[in-house]
Design a protein around this ligand. Sequence first.
Ligand SMILES: [Fe+2]
Ligand SMILES: [Fe+2]
Ligand SMILES: [Fe+2]
Length: 406
Amino acid sequence: MSIRIDLKSAVLALSDALDLVGVNDFQHGKRVAVMAREVGLALGLPRDRLDDLFCAGLLHDIGVSCTTEQQRLAWEWEWAGKDAHCRRGHHLLRPFGHLSRLAETVRYHHTPWTELPDFLSEAEAVQGNLVLLADRVDALLIRQGLDNPLALREGICAEVAATADRVLAPEVFAAFRAVAAREAFWIGLAPRHVLRYLADMALPDWRVTIDFPQFHPVARLVSSIVDAKSPFTASHSMGVAKLARHLGERLGLPEESVVQVEIAGLMHDVGKLCVPDEIVEKPARLTATEFSVMERHSFETFQILRHIPGMETIAEWAAFHHEALNGRGYPFRHAADRLRPEARIVAVADVFQALCQHRPYRGAHPPEEIPRLLEGFVARGVLDGDLVALAGEDLDASWRAATQAG
Ligand SMILES: [Fe+2]
Ligand SMILES: [Fe+2]
Ligand SMILES: [Fe+2]
């Protein structure tokens, strides 16, 4: 049975993943989507364009994986490095059929109206400008605290007005002023209202079903966002996926499961987007508190993936990669009886790949050391001995799969 996935659910899940990068400012992408759409409605944009605008708002920061970059974007409006994530986002979205229609909006969401290139269509220019406006308003909200956005209305409107003639299209600014006059616009930015707004969005054009050959690039997109988080983990998810596929094939799993276990490998660390860079890159042992933050990541992976209909099983294989056969892993403390071969494969591939990489607190291990180190995990009741033996039997091929991911 081949897996079919609804693109709307995938976009919402991707937005949940991106919102994690805000660490303490959850829902940035969602608020930007809501605000841009509200102003777009006031401008009289047609429904299909409003839907695209909404999705562009959700995914506008798809080029940001580092928590420090996210912070600078929120706090330094004129930051010289701000364009890099627009270019990265554009590059990530361009290749995907349906998502590619958001690429230009994302590319120009930090470019002032008067500096937009001529080749953009009117629609692309206005959409980019609406996301810019919403992003700016949300940055001002984040800086002052999100407890009571309505109380901040006047100050924010004054800040927006101060640069409007250069930054905003005249009609976008006029529509914003009309929308901002409504109390409901500001009150509606509270988390529970934003979630209701999202739930109410039908997004009919985005209810397209994609099956596995098409879903693979979406999973790769997720993995490249996660892997970009830190130079230490570059290509980690890609390597885990390749090695998981390799082990699945060697174990004789049906092709269907092999493809799915590869997808689980690509997405297993998506929850890591919520871990601050300074913890991921700490060149020393984590304190107990820091470790408790790090331990959240596989739970977050589970929450994000299981909400995509059709992905429930893959969500388990991906999210159980720190569980142990002896039941002492995290975060669910599942033991051997709950850990399917595919989940065990992802766990072995995760440790194997990590051992191949340089980490802030240690160097990379050469391939010949890896079987012995993995055996230690088997002896402690963490990893599956048969799978570790399988990985060691053709060490060269396993090592190549884990490290030459591309
Ligand atoms: Fe943003
Ligand atoms: Fe992990
Ligand atoms: Fe991992």
